[in-house]
Design a protein around this ligand. Structure first.
Ligand SMILES: C[S@@+](CC[C@H](N)C(=O)[O-])C[C@H]1O[C@@H](n2cnc3c(N)ncnc32)[C@H](O)[C@@H]1O
Length: 338
């Protein structure tokens, strides 16, 4: 069984998205907010899921030691002696400190019991995830119930668009009071999820750039920005020597040569932004990209299925997700195959 944690307020869009993939969502999981299903989406994408627990075991009636034993069992049943692993343990119920406190007690019991087993593999808990680390996830949906899942490193790579490296798939909004708008948190979050960032000396085309917070990130990193908008950006950015500004229709802009990044946050109908992304990918105009798709209401989410089919063959890494910093938006980001 597999468990999907919907992005905030996205349980229905996620259930619809999974159904479109032929994934049967079990009627009442008893482990809300998670949706449970027997299969994973064949496309490898669930844009409205914040986190996925593949091959999850549902637990109920667990004492603190019961939780610790179930987590140890998940490790022992999947890992070899030398396999490094990392634990994400979190409360997916209630507000406030009670759930956190319970998780701390479970973590202590788990580590204590591991120590007693004196197994070689116990030494391989890692402080953070690396490409060779297995991910043990334990999510409490009530103090005595929840889900446990172990994803070996190879599987984590295969499922990287579904299984987030971040606990509960959550990334706090980046804050920078000097940025022209809060929209800058989207570009930072997409970079973190992708594990790639705009670097010094690179060139970024920013479509729909005003007032300029995505360009601001690029410039702060030492990159060159080519910003396109009908309106100018904030004055200080307009004067910046590494900014080239084009006033006009972003859909008509073509770079002279392939650029390192396409970043695009144009307010437009989602089909237009999808077509723009596909055209840039097919024409090989960028190496990496972050593109926001903006929705009005909830009746056009099925348009995303076009990207799930068309982008993976064109990319070495492709992601499609409702970011924590997104409103009624989904962000497509990744790296093009060259
Ligand atoms: C959400 S704002 C972008 C915010 C920007 N990413 C930031 O962080 O400051 C969307 C922008 O798209 C621009 N826009 C919409 N349609 C456009 C078009 N066809 N050509 C150029 N700009 C367009 C709007 O002028 C607006 O500045």
């Amino acid at each position: 069984m597999h468990a999907f944690l919907p992005a905030e307020g996205c349980a229905d869009p996620l259930a619809d998205e999974l159904r479109r993939e032929g994934v049967q969502v079990l009627p009442a999981s008893g482990h809300e907010p998670f949706l449970l299903a027997e299969t994973l989406p064949a496309s490898g994408y669930a844009a409205f899921a914040r986190q996925t627990l593949p091959d999850a075991r549902a637990l109920s009636g667990c004492s603190i030691n019961g939780w610790a034993d179930a987590m140890i069992e998940a490790l022992l049943s999947h890992l070899g002696d030398d396999d490094p692993w990392h634990l994400h343990l979190w409360p997916a119920y209630g507000e406030g400190r009670a759930g956190q406190h319970r998780c701390e007690l479970i973590r202590s019991a788990f580590l204590e019991r591991l120590k007693k087993r004196r197994r070689l593999r116990l030494r391989h808990e890692q402080a953070s995830l690396t490409p060779t680390t297995a991910l043990l996830q334990a999510a409490l949906t009530a103090p005595d119930a929840g889900l446990a899942s172990l994803t070996p490193a190879v599987r984590r790579r295969e499922l990287r668009a579904l299984v987030s490296d971040f606990i509960a798939g959550d990334i706090p909004h980046a804050e920078d009071k000097s940025a022209p708008s809060r929209a800058f948190a989207k570009v930072i979050e997409a970079e973190l999820r992708l594990g790639r960032r705009i670097e010094r000396g690179q060139t970024c085309v920013d479509l729909g750039a005003a007032p300029g917070s995505w360009t601001y990130v690029a410039i702060q990193r030492g990159a060159h920005a080519i910003a396109v908008d009908r309106s100018p950006l904030r004055d200080d950015l307009m004067r910046h020597p590494r900014l080239q500004f084009h006033q006009g229709d972003a859909f008509k802009f073509r770079p002279e040569q392939a650029v390192d990044w396409l970043i695009c946050d144009i307010i437009a109908a989602p089909q237009r932004s999808i077509d723009l992304l596909l055209e840039w990918l097919r024409e090989g105009r960028m190496r990496q990209f972050i593109v926001t798709l903006k929705f009005k209401g909830d009746d056009e989410y099925a348009l995303l299925d076009q990207l799930k089919a068309a982008c993976p063959p064109l990319c070495t890494d492709f992601r499609l997700t409702r970011l924590c910093a997104n409103k009624n938006e989904v962000t497509a980001f990744g790296a093009r195959r060259f």
